[in-house]
Design a protein around this ligand. Structure first.
Ligand code: KIV
Ligand code: ZN
Length: 560
């Protein structure tokens, strides 16, 4: 059996691709610091494999994956039973060409358990129109490229892209070639989310039965949610013998997203009697991970999202509340504490000291250095002066907002707005240029205070953009709640709108999030964060993926 030595056969391996397929969601830009922080949290969550990125996409991507391999990929961790455990496998994606495979290997090689994941499309429509390759050429290339990757690394995963729409007989042939060339995991992607659970389960069973060598490798499933069937399809795959599930936190990903990690894990956990298979996931870390991914990507979670939505454990209807009071199990199939959701909101207040604050952060899984702790503690004290009670949610928002910031060009120094009835909303804004130290003040007018403030900032920064989304939420309850503002801005078509080799426009979106008890200030912070990301991208950080080499154009990924 060629499976990695660190896992047992009675487990479904959880392969997290939040940092690769998840980051392909429009606007879900992550900088290197944020990626590292998420990877650390994924390791705590107990995922078996972290797909840390697509190293050939840009030098920035390669560097980010390498950093994760050097750190998270070498750090021992604690498993769900509290025992010391191996670091996760760190995986890099590569199209089936030597340049991509070289880049993937360079990025993942520092990890204790590195993996190269290479892929090539096998459906008639992809082979004919996208690859312009014959089926025989595809088989040959798969054999050559898996063997090429195998010279570097023992742990090789191969994916026949668009397997869900491929001819099964051809699929068996391609997969057998990949296994013979050294693939240790064969992953079956339903790339466009087209199959039904019955079809997908049968496909996995058929692959297992009819592909020479398939019983000696791990069969993996990778499903997309275009018809809302990603979780059902993945679970059907597990029932048919798949022992790795590829998924993302909160189900983020291209179009309607990928299989959601928390849904698969909790379905396997809660319905153990049906599936009779375990995962290595520390379920109590689910909520924290979900929250972190939502904050850093700017991808909000729909309130009724299974497992991690704000309403997932809320009971509104009188008849439900009555039932719950009589017996929790009347309307709840799992306890909120299982996913790490603590109901105690009263955490720290204005009399709490630095020591208590640090301890609370540690309990919440944050490891800040002294400088970061100082910054966070100062913000905590300011917040505690304004709010009677500082909750876990406040603290998480504060740390995300204050500590893990992208590289900044401009810093907000001051904002003052005048608004009301019969007044033209006006904002006076002062920004500091962090490269030159210069402070600039200007004013803007608008349809409301936020618009006025954005106009003022635009006059100073001079980076044209279009505001495509603005959302304000209260993090906690009450008049003194922290306002949490999420925005998305877009580079206008005339400036740097990129096109794929097929001529499809690739939108360049940047998200920003800001938290403050004053929503105008929170809006300013969110806007500054998004603008700084936009400026960093325009200066070449996290540049768009390279042009296609003619092998697999769909893998040319928009990075922002
Ligand atoms: O959806 C897909 O086909 C993919 C592959 C690269 C595995 O993401
Ligand atoms: Zn995918």
């Amino acid at each position: 059996m060629s499976e990695p030595p660190i896992f047992g056969p009675d487990k479904v391996l959880i392969f997290d691709t939040t940092l690769r397929d998840g980051e392909q969601s429009p606007g879900a830009t992550l900088n290197a610091e944020e990626k590292l922080e998420i990877a650390r949290q994924l390791a705590r969550l107990g995922v078996d494999i972290i797909e840390a990125g697509f190293p050939a996409a840009s030098p920035g991507d390669l560097a980010a994956v390498k950093r994760i391999a050097e750190t998270v990929g070498r750090e021992p961790r604690i498993d769900k039973h509290g025992n010391p455990a191996e670091p996760p496998v760190i995986c890099g994606l590569a199209r089936a060409n030597k340049k991509d495979i070289d880049a993937a290997w360079e990025a993942v090689r520092p990890a204790k358990h590195p993996r190269i994941h290479t892929f090539l499309a096998t459906s008639p429509v992809h082979m004919k129109y996208k690859l312009r390759m014959t089926p025989d050429e595809v088989v040959q290339r798969v054999g050559e490229m898996v063997a090429y990757a195998k010279q570097y690394c023992d742990d090789i995963e191969f994916s026949p892209e668009d397997a869900g729409r491929s001819d099964p007989e051809f699929l068996y042939r391609v997969l057998a070639t990949a296994i013979e060339a050294g693939a240790t995991t064969i992953n079956i992607p339903d790339t466009v989310g087209y199959t039904t659970p019955e079809e997908f389960g049968k496909l996995i069973a058929d692959v297992r039965e009819n592909t020479p060598g398939a019983k000696d490798v791990i069969i993996s499933v990778h499903t997309h949610n275009d018809l809302g069937l990603a979780t059902a399809n993945a679970l059907a795959g597990v029932q048919a013998g798949a022992r790795q599930v590829e998924c993302t936190v909160n189900g983020i990903g291209e179009r309607a997203g990928n299989t959601s990690l928390e849904e698969v894990v909790m379905a396997l956990y809660v319905r153990q009697q049906v599936y009779e298979i375990d995962t290595n996931i520390v379920t109590t870390e689910i909520h924290r991970t979900s929250d972190m991914v939502s904050r850093y990507t700017g991808m909000l979670i729909q309130p009724n999202k299974a497992i991690v939505g704000a309403n997932a454990f809320a009971h509104e209807a009188g008849i439900h509340q009555d039932g719950m009071l009589k017996h929790k199990r009347t309307y709840e199939i799992m306890d909120a504490s299982l996913i790490g959701l603590s109901h105690s909101r009263l955490v720290l207040g204005k009399h709490s000291g630095r020591h208590a604050f640090r301890k609370r952060l540690e309990d919440m899984g944050y490891r800040l250095d002294d400088e970061e702790l100082n910054k966070a503690f100062k913000r905590f004290k300011e917040l505690a002066d304004k709010k009677k009670v500082v909750s876990d949610a406040d603290i998480e928002a504060l740390v995300a907002d204050e500590v893990y910031q992208p590289k900044e060009t401009w810093e907000l120094v001051n904002v003052q707005v005048q608004t009301g009835t019969n007044v033209v909303p006006t904002a006076v804004v002062t920004l500091r240029n962090l490269e030159t130290g210069e402070e600039i003040t200007d004013a803007g007018f608008g349809t409301g205070p936020v618009d006025a403030m954005y106009q003022g900032i635009n006059r100073i920064v001079g980076a044209p953009n279009r505001l495509v989304e603005y959302l304000v939420q209260a993090i906690t309850e009450g008049m003194d709640a922290n306002g949490d503002v999420t925005i998305r801005i877009e580079i206008p078509e005339s400036r740097g709108y990129k096109y794929t080799p097929q001529g499809r426009p690739r939108r360049r979106l940047f998200s920003g999030r800001g938290v403050d008890t004053d929503i105008v200030v929170a809006s300013a912070k969110a806007y500054m964060q998004a603008l700084n990301k936009l400026l960093a991208a325009e200066n070449g950080e996290g540049a768009a993926a390279p042009a296609s080499d003619g092998v697999d154009e769909s893998a040319v990924i928009a990075i922002h």
